[in-house]
Design a protein around this ligand. Structure first.
Ligand code: ATP
Length: 302
């Protein structure tokens, strides 16, 4: 087979949580979540080539922090799809990272979602989105959203999705931190901070849906909330300075993304977001800052 001719390229977006409400720790060790996911036009790409075995190579941003054995989420996705569809051949995956690793932007989940789409095409399986979504849920709670994209309410562990109507696009600044934070450690810190408290069921208020429907950045900024923010800032206190600096530069809102340490800032419009990104990038409070737009589409062939 002509390897070059048969290659397939797919990409999948980073996500932020506009609202992340974390319920009590369940007996199975997970927390029940209610979250509003929002996909950004910040993508990882996966190129899939025909091969005998499943293998993965990673390049781009923070690629040295990503395993290239069978724990890589892209190779796991290929293995799960091959097993489900009875595929006996392999795939060589080339992951090109632009999403910061361990940043709270679900980059690994994006790679898994892009791999499902790429391998479905490479192996000519023709699975529907529903089947791919079912496999995505097996791979991790953020993978179904990376496949779907857009903006969704997520419940359960975040994998039960309901699409949310959005009346426009929003301009965001993503400020990349110098290090990463481990998601399990941030949840453990939240449990420590909440020790002795009675924690209620996770909830999302109606205000965020109204703001999204209206396409109104000021109302959206006022309705954003992340229960993991205090825990992330407790582990990495410099995040408070990053958030304050963005607000000093005039951000409509500032929030830690998921379990952090990436911080995201909402701009009034694209010009405002460009100014904000330039100010943050020039300051010492983050490693880099970019303007991105949301909502963005989910995993797809390009
Ligand atoms: P989470 O989705 O758990 O919130 P995150 O968004 O903070 O995580 P990721 O970039 O998804 O962070 O990486 C989480 C961990 O998964 C890292 O420690 C990384 O080494 C590992 N990992 C495995 N496969 C990948 C992959 N393809 N891309 C990025 N990270 C991966």
């Amino acid at each position: 087979m002509d390897v070059e001719g048969a290659q397939v390229l797919a990409r999948a977006p980073a996500k932020i949580n506009l609202v992340l409400s974390v319920g009590p720790l369940r007996a199975d060790g997970h927390h029940e979540l209610a979250s509003v996911f929002h996909a950004l036009d910040l993508y990882d790409e996966v190129v899939a080539y025909p091969a005998e075995e499943i293998s993965v190579a990673v390049r781009g941003l923070h690629s040295d922090r990503v395993p290239v054995d069978d724990t890589n989420l892209a190779s796991r996705a290929a293995a799960v799809l091959a097993d489900y569809a009875g595929v006996r051949t392999g795939v060589q995956l080339d992951v090109r990272k632009r999403i910061p690793v361990a940043g709270g932007l679900a980059g690994g989940s994006a790679d898994a979602a892009a791999t499902l789409v790429a391998c479905d095409a490479l192996w000519d399986l023709g699975l529907g989105r529903g089947e791919l979504a079912m496999l995505a849920a097996r791979l991790g709670s953020d993978v179904p959203f990376a496949l779907a994209g857009g903006t969704s309410l997520g419940t359960g562990r975040g994998e039960q999705l309901t699409a949310v109507m959005v009346g426009g696009t929003f301009q965001w600044v993503v400020a990349m931190a110098r290090g990463g934070l481990s998601t399990p450690e941030v949840y453990a810190e939240l449990d420590r901070l909440r020790a002795g408290e009675t924690v209620g069921r996770p909830t999302v208020g109606h205000d965020v849906f109204a703001a999204l429907r209206a396409g109104d950045p000021v109302a959206l900024g006022a309705s954003m909330h992340n229960d993991l923010q205090e825990a992330a800032c407790s582990l990495l206190p410099s995040l408070r300075t990053t958030l304050d600096t963005g607000m000093d530069f005039g951000a409509v809102a500032a929030i830690v993304s998921g379990s952090g340490p990436t911080c995201v800032f909402l701009g009034r419009d694209s010009e405002h977001a460009e100014d904000l990104a330039a100010g943050l990038a020039a300051s010492e409070v983050c490693a880099d800052a970019w303007v991105v737009t949301g909502p963005a589409p989910g995993a797809r062939l390009v």
